[in-house]
Write a protein that binds this ligand. Structure first.
Ligand SMILES: [Zn+2]
Ligand SMILES: [Zn+2]
Length: 335
């Protein structure tokens, strides 16, 4: 059970994270924006996602799920003994704590990369992860805009790997917090590049913004890029890195997913869950590949869609009668 000092420490770290976003990243977005927006109305919901997650969901989840999981697998102390302990496999690393930490970091980041590839490749997982991508105003708050079931799956896998390889709770907290901060930066609407050398080692805002590009009907596979969260190395090794491309509009081409923008957090969670349910219990939901969703929330391979028509059926962010009609027209034809 965490003591009062640990809880206070957690909230201090959380307060630092929110302060960095609000006092550094947010002003940077005003000074050097990549995209010029008339207003920031769509970013407000992402800010709520961030505040709910860091002050509510994460502490609850850590206490209720991660701590028991760690204890169950023999972790939960600062003297870790993983099932496939990295220290056990390479004892030499035990004497080089910085290097050992980097190895842990790389393994955790690679786990995130694999998860992220699957979130895009498997339709039932995309049904959830698409909520993160439906945002058209990607900003410093967007990192935590996720479906809670998606968060749960991801955290269980990543924490499971951490426990198995012997990452201590303190190291785990460091890895997660620094990763979160970097991702707050990489989502920021800021004209910032780390440069042609450093951007091959660490993900920068330009790199992750390309991952959020709306599908280009003329180059329909271009958006399948830049999945890495911290180290672009994984994209480079597996051929999914994209550099040197001009900034593009963000969001999704699928009107059923884009419709997330008309809802509040509860509505977004429910509609993504509908997509998930219709996908998880159908064969098409398990067949890897890009999909869009029909009006019954079922996944349909994008090969069956005219991507140009899909692009044209984008509706205004604020629902109106005309917009709703054009979405229904498209989905009626596509399903
Ligand atoms: Zn993604
Ligand atoms: Zn993102």
């Amino acid at each position: 059970m965490p003591d009062a000092r640990e809880i206070a420490g957690y909230f201090l770290l959380t307060a630092i994270q929110v302060a960095v976003i609000a006092l550094i990243l947010r002003p940077m977005e005003s000074l050097w924006p990549v995209e010029h927006w008339q207003d920031r109305r769509s970013t407000v919901i992402d800010r709520s996602y961030t505040l709910i997650k860091v002050f509510g969901v994460l502490p609850l989840f850590t206490y209720a799920v991660l701590a028991p999981l760690g204890n169950l697998l023999g972790g939960g102390s600062d003297d870790p003994a993983g099932i496939v302990s990295v220290q056990g496999l390479v004892p030499w690393l035990g004497q080089h704590s910085v290097l050992l930490f980097l190895v842990y970091y790389a393994i955790q980041d690679f786990t995130y990369y694999v998860i992220h590839r699957l979130q895009h490749a498997i339709p039932w997982w995309w049904a959830l992860h698409s909520l993160h991508h439906s945002q058209r105003q990607v900003s410093c708050w967007t990192n935590d805009r996720d479906h809670y079931l998606d968060d749960l799956l991801e955290a269980l896998i990543v924490a499971g790997v951490a426990v198995v390889i012997g990452v201590s709770p303190v190291e785990y907290a460091l890895i997660v917090l620094s990763g979160e901060l970097l991702q707050n930066l990489s989502h920021a609407n800021v004209r910032l590049r780390f440069g042609p050398l450093l951007d091959k080692f660490v993900v920068d805002p330009r790199y992750h913004r390309l991952h959020h590009m709306r599908v280009d009907p003329g180059r329909p596979t271009l958006h399948a890029c830049n999945y890495a969260l911290v180290f672009p190395l994984w994209d480079i090794v597996f051929g999914t890195a994209l550099y040197g491309e001009a900034v593009r509009p963000t969001g999704v081409g699928d009107p059923m997913v884009d419709a997330d923008n008309r809802h509040g957090i509860i509505g977004q969670q429910l509609y993504a869950l509908k997509r998930f349910r219709a996908s998880f219990f159908s064969r098409a939901g398990w067949r890897p590949g890009d999909v869009a969703f029909n009006t019954n929330y079922e996944p349909v391979s994008v090969r069956d869609f005219d991507l140009h028509a899909l692009e044209e059926s984008q509706v205004p962010l604020v629902a109106d009668a005309h917009g709703l009609k054009s979405t229904e027209r498209h989905n009626g034809a596509g399903s």
